[in-house]
Design a protein around this ligand. Structure first.
Ligand SMILES: Cc1cc2nc3c(=O)[nH]c(=O)nc-3n(C[C@H](O)[C@H](O)[C@H](O)COP(=O)(O)OP(=O)(O)OC[C@H]3O[C@@H](n4cnc5c(N)ncnc54)[C@H](O)[C@@H]3O)c2cc1C
Length: 434
């Protein structure tokens, strides 16, 4: 079995790994010093493309079009770029054992990798209905979406079942984006979720009311307040129907499940400190072990702006945490220091012809502003969250780049507000003057 040794190893080849690689090169990594080990067969790419442009009927997004760092307007790093820079991209290689005290990783094929400095960038895995023993959940044509192989399977089934029926289980990010993507592909779509409204972790009832009506007008049938408890199959083992807890039975040729993810930390259990379900780091993404860093979805880090530790499963943080960790590694080698990570949470989503952005924290009171009529041709609306007399979070649908910049600034500056009524009446104008 092969044994390879590198100065720096990144385990995981997703968004953070790609942005880390670019930062390693900026910092002057030498050929042969860095390896990225990834379970996936392709080099690092912008994962959010999988639920949006990848599934469009025109199939507009395909690799190599969306390798990192195009998602943030940067250079597209093709496999040749890694070769040119002397970075070893070790693909289709799953690490199955990590022994951090001896700085050793072992792959499923039995290869051994040793390192001086490790960056853990393993991201998240989807929660599967089979994990809860849901009857029939292992049927054919029940899909999840995390990696490019999953997206390829979806593209195939969308073609094979054209004009078919899909049931989307879950009303979060993936549920909303996938319902739209399948509807645009002319599939009959039903969405099922237990909560009183979609995306309850972020949306207020007022925000959700817009999206639910908009989706309904696009032909998506939304079924709330119940869950999928079983699936029926035909003689080929393909899904035929979804049984709901409230007794209803929905016909389905395709089922897509988006019920959340969990950070992939199992390899490191008991070897590094954990907190809030992730690997605990400092403001430089250093874990409790010397020479081991954790970035992206797996890291639980100090969120300075809110004075608490958090784990964030969003692409913007994956990019920025990776860059911060690499800068910190080089600073510590040079005996210099860098600023602490001072992150402003930023999430976004696009579906149909909608596009929203959110900055800050969705805690405290909230006010809705603008035109949130789902049938209005000029809909543009948002929400402010106010805590301790200050605006701490802002959401905006259909903002221009300047307006999105303005709401980001509000969330960062946290201006005081006198009255919620006048804030609601002022709406976007409040953000534009900060
Ligand atoms: C379909 C989809 C749509 C999304 N859309 C948005 C969006 O619109 N906006 C937003 O802010 N965020 C979005 N996200 C979330 C965002 O993509 C993630 O937060 C981000 O990718 C996290 O980056 P990461 O590097 O931590 O993990 P990932 O990008 O998931 O990369 C982890 C990598 O590690 C590999 N790996 C894991 N375990 C091992 C192992 N043992 N050995 C080797 N390799 C391993 C995985 O195969 C994967 O390649 C979306 C996620 C998905 C799945």
């Amino acid at each position: 079995m092969a044994e390879k040794s590198f100065k720096y190893v990144i385990v995981g080849g997703g968004v953070s790994a790609g942005y880390a690689a670019r930062e390693f090169v900026k910092q002057g990594v030498q050929p042969g010093e860095l390896a990225i080990i990834s379970k996936e067969a392709v080099c690092t790419y912008e994962r959010p493309a999988l639920s949006e442009a990848y599934l469009s009927p025109e199939g507009t997004a395909r690799l190599p079009g969306f390798h990192v760092c195009v998602g943030s307007g940067g250079e597209r790093l093709l496999p040749e770029w890694y070769t040119e820079k002397g970075i070893s991209l070790i693909l289709s290689t799953e690490i199955v054992k990590a022994d951090l005290p001896t700085k050793t990783l072992i792959s499923a094929a039995g290869d051994t990798f040793t390192y001086q400095i490790l960056i853990i960038a393993t991201g998240s895995a989807v929660i599967q209905l089979t994990d809860f023993g849901v009857k029939g959940a292992d049927a054919k044509n029940i899909f999840y979406l995390r990696e490019i192989d999953d997206a390829d399977k979806l593209v195939e089934v969308i073609k094979a079942k054209s004009n078919g029926k899909a049931v989307i289980v879950g009303g979060g990010y993936i549920g909303l984006e996938l319902s739209a993507a399948l509807r645009v592909n002319n599939i009959d779509v039903k969405m099922v979720y237990p909560e009183p409204w979609c995306m309850p972790r972020l949306f207020t009832a007022g925000i959700a009311a817009f999206y639910e009506s908009y989706y309904t007008n696009k032909g998506v049938d939304i079924i709330k307040g119940t869950v999928a408890v079983g699936f029926g199959t035909n003689e080929n083992g393909e899904v035929t129907n979804v049984n709901l807890k409230d007794g209803r039975v929905l016909e389905a040729d395709i089922v897509v499940v988006g019920v959340g993810g969990r950070p992939l930390t199992t390899l490191f259990k008991g070897q590094v400190e954990e907190e809030k379900g992730g690997i605990k780091t400092d403001a430089f993404f250093k874990t409790s072990l010397p020479d081991v860093y954790a970035v992206g979805d797996v890291a639980t880090f100090p969120l300075k702006l809110f004075n608490e530790v958090r784990r964030v499963e969003h692409v913007d943080h994956a990019r920025k945490s990776a860059e911060q960790a690499v800068k910190a590694i080089f600073a510590s080698e040079k005996g210099t220091s860098i600023e602490e990570y001072d992150y402003l949470p930023y999430f976004y989503s696009r579906a149909f012809d909608l596009s929203w952005q959110f900055y800050g924290d969705n805690v405290g009171d909230s006010v809705l502003f603008g035109d949130s009529s789902p049938t209005s041709a000029t809909h543009k609306f948002g929400s402010y969250w106010i805590k301790d007399g200050k605006v701490v979070g802002v959401f905006l649908e259909s903002g221009t780049p300047e307006e999105n910049k303005a709401i980001a600034k509000v969330a960062r500056v946290q201006p005081p507000v006198d009255s919620l009524e006048s804030l609601a009446a002022e709406g976007l104008a409040f953000a534009s003057k900060i």
